[in-house]
Structures are given as C-alpha cells and as structure tokens.
Write a protein that binds this ligand. Structure first.
Ligand SMILES: Cc1cc2nc3c(=O)[nH]c(=O)nc-3n(C[C@H](O)[C@H](O)[C@H](O)COP(=O)(O)OP(=O)(O)OC[C@H]3O[C@@H](n4cnc5c(N)ncnc54)[C@H](O)[C@@H]3O)c2cc1C
Length: 395
C-alpha cells in the first residue's frame, strides 16, 4: 500500500472538517482534508438556515455568493396556528441570519482551508483507522479506488451524523431513538411565503420535532420536517406528515417539488468523551447539534476551529490528556446549554396540542426582551394556572 505522512488528517470536508483543517494548517502543520464525495457541498442535506452572530468568532467573512436570502427573524406557530411568536431583529437584538446556498458555503469554507495550506483529496473515503498501542495514527483511505495509508499524528473525525470513524476509534457516540430526529425536506417552487422570515410549526404536525419553511428567494423555499424516531411507527411516516401539512396549506399546495432531501439530526446532550489518544471528533460526528433547533452548522464550524487550534498545541504530544483541552472547550461552550435544551426538547415533545396552544398564546404576549423561563411561567400562572404544575420541573 502507498504510504503518505502528514501532521493532521481531517476526515470529512463539511463545515466542521474544513474549519478544523483551516485552523490546523494556519499553525504551519501539514494537513490533509479528505472527502469521500467527488465534490464538496453536494448533495445538500440541510435546510440551510443560520444566524449571523457566531461568524466573526470563527473568522468567516460574509460573502454574498453563498447567501440565498437574508432573514430578519423567525416566526413560530402554535398547533392551531392562531398564536405566532415573532422573533424579529428589532425585538431580539442581533438574531438575524441567512438561508445559505449550502453548496457554495461548503466550497467556500474548503477554499479557506486550502488558502492556509491544507491539501484536499476528493473521492477518498476513509475505510478504517490505523491504531497502534491504543493510539490512533492515521487511516486507510480508498483514494480513487486504490487503498492507501495516511499516517498522521492527529486524526480529526468530521465525518458527520453517520460518523464511522468515532466507532472505529472506540468512542461511544451511539444515540438513543428519542435523540434522533428523522428529516424529509422538499425544495419547493411556485409557492407563496413571507420571504424575510423563517417559519417553524410545532405540535402533532411533527411529533418530537418541528416543521420548517426557509425561504430561498422569491416563491421558493426549503419546506421540511423532522420527527423524533421514537414517535415513528411505520416506513414513510415522516414524508406523510410533510405531505399532509402541505395539502392543508393552499400557499404550499399549489407549488411543485424540485428536490427531495432526507437525513437525520441528533438531539442529545454533549457525549462524555469526544477525544482519545490521537483523535478528536467535531461537528455532527461529536453530536454537537443543538437539541432544540436541530442546527449544527455553527457548532461544526466552532468545534472545528477549536480542534484545529488544539492540534497545533498537542502535535508533539497527541495523547488524550493533551487533547482533552479540546473536550473541555466544547463542554464549556455547549455542555450546560445542550443539557438544558435537551430537557426543554423532551418537555415540548411530551405536551399535547392543547397545552402547546395555551403556552404559545402566553409566550406570544410576553415582551420578547423579557422572555425567560420565569417570565413565561409567571404569565402561564396568570392566564392558565391549571398548567403551572406541568412546567414546574423546567425550572
Ligand atoms: C434535513 C436537515 C436539515 C438541516 N438544517 C439545518 C439548518 O437549517 N441549519 C443548521 O445549522 N443545521 C442544519 N442541519 C444540520 C447540519 O446540516 C449539520 O449540523 C452540519 O452539516 C454539520 O457539519 P459537519 O461538518 O459536522 O458534517 P457534514 O456537513 O455532514 O460533513 C461531513 C462530511 O464528511 C464526509 N464523509 C463522511 N464519511 C466519510 C469518510 N469515511 N471519509 C471521508 N469523508 C467522509 C461527508 O461526505 C461529508 O461531506 C440539518 C440537517 C439535516 C439532515
């Protein structure tokens, strides 16, 4: 087998992998970024919505060519669609964002990695890792059909939700059914939508998850749904929920589907271990998706940056003890937040449509600047005192 050597091998050229490669290469390390697909960024398996707030932290300059729509805020609809919570830019501070062109965005991030000197290999899936005396030392890669060995001091697994690298390395990122949301999305055209907002529908239309409409320009949008696996009983059910929703809404019913996307997201707290000797997990491979929103692009980018920087510090001592700095950074950033959001997600998944309608009615009347669990509970107590007990455990 042909043998290659590098300092850092990054497996997977999604947002997490490209950012890890970029920041490791910036420190003068020899970095390989390998991707199993023949092209970065396609096929897109994403609703493409992001907020703007985090981009500076990871030094991503905003470029028009990867933005499809600028978003002024979000609208969340109760199951009876009578109560709408509007999170707009003026009300919620800086919470504006974009609907991306994810293909161009992913390619752009990879180009930032290349600019720093990372070497990108396409059509090169990792098929196993190289491990010696409990230390990960690289991977076997099928490069254009030929198996080669890449030896590396550090491996960064950025191979997404279906990550196999974590499993090969013996890191436990197995998910429980209730912490997996199965998604189906249509790219629709010829529909009527309010363009400057993202739209979220909660309740029995999408058990354990939600339905979304993310505008992609005039009369087009990503219309999708995520349903928790433990709420599903038969094949094809997720698509059926989506079709039923579209059928009920005349502004969507008149449209046509240009593309169907399927996929899954994790909705769990941060796993116990995401590093071991010679290896770090980033992004979806590390289960860093937000348990409420299902958003993972920002977290993949930020964790990628952390992992790239820690690689540089630990390159001469790539033990798990040294790499634990990365795990600590991740836990500091998301440990408590994802645990809290996981509790809230579990709670929301247990509520009936009737209760959600009342809750949304209350929230839609609380001033956005004052929204907090306590403010909501106080408002619930005033208007629907019979519900207070139901929400007390959230405190
Ligand atoms: C339907 C859907 C809608 C979503 N909508 C949003 C949204 O609106 N906003 C948001 O923030 N997040 C969203 N997400 C989540 C978001 O897509 C992910 O969190 C994000 O892509 C994670 O980036 P990543 O780099 O960790 O993984 P990925 O983007 O999945 O990249 C992993 C890469 O690794 C490659 N790979 C896999 N195995 C190997 C291997 N063995 N060898 C080499 N390469 C390999 C893959 O081909 C891929 O390119 C959505 C997810 C789904 C499924």
């Amino acid at each position: 087998m042909k043998r290659y050597e590098c300092d850092v091998l990054v497996i997977g050229a999604g947002p997490g992998g490209s950012m890890a490669a970029r920041f490791a290469a910036r420190h003068g390390l020899r970095v390989f970024l390998i991707e199993k697909r023949p092209e970065i960024g396609v096929p897109v398996r994403c609703a493409e919505g992001i907020s703007r707030a985090w981009m500076e932290e990871v030094e991503i300059p905003v470029e028009k060519h990867w933005i499809d729509t600028e978003i002024d805020g979000a609208k969340i609809y109760s199951p009876d669609e009578k109560s709408i919570v509007v999170l707009s830019a003026e009300q919620a501070g800086n919470e504006v964002g974009f609907v991306l062109n994810r293909e161009y965005f992913d390619k752009y991030l990879a180009s930032l990695a290349a600019e720093e000197g990372a070497e990108i290999w396409l059509k090169s899936p990792a098929i196993d890792i190289i491990k010696e005396d409990g230390q990960v030392k690289g991977a076997i890669v099928r490069k254009f059909g030929e198996n080669v060995e890449i030896h590396a001091k550090i491996v960064i697994a950025a191979d997404g939700f279906e990550s196999q690298v974590a499993r090969w390395a013996g890191l436990n990122t197995v998910l429980r059914e209730r912490d997996v949301v199965s998604c189906v999305q249509y790219r629709m055209t010829n529909i009527d939508i309010e363009e400057n907002f993202t739209h979220f529908y909660i309740g029995s239309c999408a058990p354990g998850g939600y339905l979304w409409i993310f505008p992609k320009g005039e009369n087009e949008a990503n219309v999708g749904i995520g349903v928790a696996l433990n709420k599903l009983h038969e094949p094809g059910e997720v698509k059926r929920y989506l079709d039923e929703f579209i059928e009920k809404h005349s502004n969507l019913r008149k449209g046509s589907v240009l593309q169907i996307v399927t996929g899954a997201v994790s909705t769990c707290p941060v796993p116990k271990r995401i590093v071991d000797n010679g290896i770090m997990l980033v992004g979806d491979a590390a289960r860093l998706i937000d348990p409420i929103t299902g958003g993972g692009i920002a977290n993949a980018c930020i964790s990628g940056k952390y992992a790239g920087e820690v690689s540089a510090k630990c390159i001469d001592n790539p033990t798990k003890e040294c790499l634990e700095e990365y795990q600590e950074l991740v836990k500091k950033k998301w440990g408590r937040k994802h645990l809290r959001n996981w509790f809230v997600k579990e709670k929301l998944a247990s509520l009936s449509d009737g209760t959600l309608n009342k809750l949304m009615d209350v929230i839609s009347q609380v001033k956005i600047g004052e929204i907090s669990v306590r403010a909501i509970l106080e408002a619930v107590q005033e208007k629907y005192p019979e519900l207070v007990e139901e929400f007390e455990d959230l405190l």
